[in-house]
Every structure is written in C-alpha cells, then in structure tokens.
Write a protein that binds this ligand. Structure first.
Ligand SMILES: [Zn+2]
Length: 354
C-alpha cells in the first residue's frame, strides 16, 4: 500500500522539523523572530490545518505549510525532496499505516466547509464595504507615492474608509486587541478558476502613507488555496507579467508596459497557474523577481546553504510554466534589496529631475 508523505504529517511538523535541526522554540505558537529572515515578532507557528507557519516577510503574512518550511530550512528545491525527507523520517514498515490512520482522524477536525464559507463571507463583507478608488483618496495617494506617474487604473483594488486593525493576542487562546480603524487598500485575489480565495489589506493614513501599526500589510483568513493572483489588468496581447507585491506590479507595468498580476508573496507566485481561459492567449510570461538579500537556506552535508528567496520562487515558477510551452522571461531588479517599485521610482526621478 502506497502512503503519501501528505498523509503522515498532520500535527507532526514540530517533531519532523526539530529532528531536522530547527529550534523547538519556533513552535511555541507565539509571535517571535523568523527562523529564515530574523526580526523580532514577524513569525508564528499555528496548529491550524495540522501545522502552518506565517512570516510577515517570507510568506507575506499568508499561512504556508510544513513542507514549505522544511524546504526553506533544508534548502530543498522541490516538494519531492521534502516529501522524501518526511518519508525517511517516519521510516518504512507496519507502523506507518498507524501513523497515517492517526493523521486521518486528526484531520477530521480541519477547516470545515462551514469555516470556508464563513471566511468567504467575511472577505465579501470587507470588499462590499469598500469602494472604487477615486482621485485624492488615501489609496490613490498611496499608490501615487509608491509608483510616481502611475497612469493605469488597477482593477481588484478598492478603498476601505475605516478598516479595524486587530493585533494578535499575546498567547494562543487569548483575545485579539483592536488598535482602531484606518483607511485601507483592499486587494482581492482569485485562483486559476476565477474564484475569490484571498483578501489582502494595506493599512494607511489619510495622506497615503503606511499606517503606524505593527504589520501594515496583512492577508485575511483565506480559503486554504495557495495559488492565486490579483488580476489588476486585463491581458490584451499574448504577454502577462507576474510578481509578488502590488506596488511592484504597478511599477513593473510602468517600466515594461505589460499587464502584471501580483501574487502577494513568493510561495504563491511560485505556484501561480494561468487561468484556463487564458491558456491559448498567453504565450509569454514575464516574472518580475525581487532582488532579495541572501538568506540562510538550511545545512546540507554540513555546509550552510544560502539563496535569494525572490529568485528562488521565480525560478520555480519559470521551470513549471516552461513545461507548459509558454515562453518565460525573468526580470530581476538591478541591485540587491531592490524591487521594481524602487527601480521605477529611481528612473522616474531621473527623467523628471530637470
Ligand atoms: Zn521570515
């Protein structure tokens, strides 16, 4: 009988990951430093879905699963390597059937269809409370600040006049704390089928700066789908761009004059899929990669490995999409720590400084 790695891992990730050399303190379910990018409170482990992690930077505030964390830690380039790792952790033999059975029972308490419906209704409620962006509102100002000279009207972005900011409780089981209401930019993300699966929020000030809150950019409770994009612009030709951030996407459009769909974070961009109805039309995908600093990527055979997350996720996507017969171009910002928004702002300033 063939048991998949996914059938074994529910609730077992802290064991698997500490055995792989991760510190047990990362699994205490409180906000703390991220094992991959540091900081002070941007990372958190959750027991949800049998074990998920979220980092404001690495996962852009979205939940990612244990396989992704194992890949980050070990420097694996494919899910298969992580799956092999998990299988060898559990070993072969009779007991593996029992572990799979245990996992199935535990999984019975997972995100139910009712919870999914609740999350979807919540997303729709926020979206309905928001309105189209108009000249001079905080979202319009914010986007103009970040992307000078912006002359496109992005779709799937709205202005929410007063969105409540909830800070997470100190401890698992505590109550979230409201820090007040703020103007906000909402972005609605859809999966390849066109279903709404995620809502992204950027908390702002009235004059279009990021609000002074712990995490100004947040992803709402989604529907557990890891592949999605903000369809900001209708593709007209045979070329579509993808990237991580919303501002990056708008800047990339200004630089290259192609429609760009942000995927909100690296892992989601790595899993981007072309919608079925565009498969015949889109023959070229331009991936706008952030030029991240080198990050530690696990120890392999006693050697510390490093990689740049932006390039890593771009390359994962490029390899998969090329297999579908689509031409792929990866464009990376010129210097380390930069993205297309920085690059466009610098170019705009050069062109308009005299
Ligand atoms: Zn991180």
């Amino acid at each position: 009988m063939n048991i998949k790695a996914e059938d074994l891992v529910y609730g077992r990730w802290p064991d698997i990951l500490t055995a792989a050399g991760m510190d047990a303190r990362f699994f205490n379910q409180r906000n703390g430093p991220c094992p991959f990018c540091g900081g002070t409170d941007r990372f958190r482990w959750s027991k949800k879905n049998g074990g998920l992690w979220v980092c404001n930077q690495c996962t852009g505030g979205s939940y990612a699963n244990g396989f992704r964390m194992l890949m980050e830690h070990m420097g694996y380039h494919s899910f298969r390597e992580a799956a092999d790792h998990v299988r060898s952790y559990f070993g072969a033999g009779e007991h593996i059937q029992a572990i799979a059975r245990e996992a199935r029972v535990a999984k019975g308490n997972d995100l139910s269809p009712e919870q999914e419906q609740r999350n979807l209704r919540r997303i729709e409620r926020f979206w309905d409370e928001a309105r189209e962006i108009t000249s001079g509102d905080p979202v319009h100002r914010y986007l103009r600040n970040r992307v000078p000279g912006l002359d496109v009207q992005p779709q799937m972005l709205r202005f929410h006049p007063a969105l409540e900011y909830w800070a997470p409780p100190e401890k698992e089981g505590g109550k979230p704390v409201s820090l007040g209401k703020f103007p906000a930019m909402l972005a609605l993300a859809k999966d390849a089928k066109g279903d709404v699966v995620q809502l992204h929020k950027t908390f702002l000030t009235m004059d279009g700066q990021k609000a002074d809150v712990p995490i100004a950019k947040k992803t709402d409770y989604g529907l557990g789908i890891n592949s999605f994009a903000i369809r900001m612009m209708e593709p007209v030709g045979d070329t579509l761009g993808v990237c991580e951030g919303i501002e990056t996407g708008l800047a990339a459009t200004m630089l290259r004059r192609v429609p760009v769909w942000p995927c909100l974070n690296g892992p989601a961009m790595a899993q981007f899929e072309l919608p079925f109805e565009l498969k015949a039309q889109i023959r070229r995908l331009v991936i706008f990669a952030d030029h991240d600093e080198r990050k530690r990527a696990g120890v392999v055979d006693g050697v510390q490995k490093y990689r740049r997350p932006g390039s890593f996720y771009a390359e994962q996507l490029a390899q998969r999409i090329r297999k579908e017969g689509v031409r792929v171009l990866v464009i990376k910002a010129a210097s380390e720590g930069q993205d297309m928004a920085n690059q466009w702002a610098a170019q705009y300033e050069r062109e308009h400084s005299h």
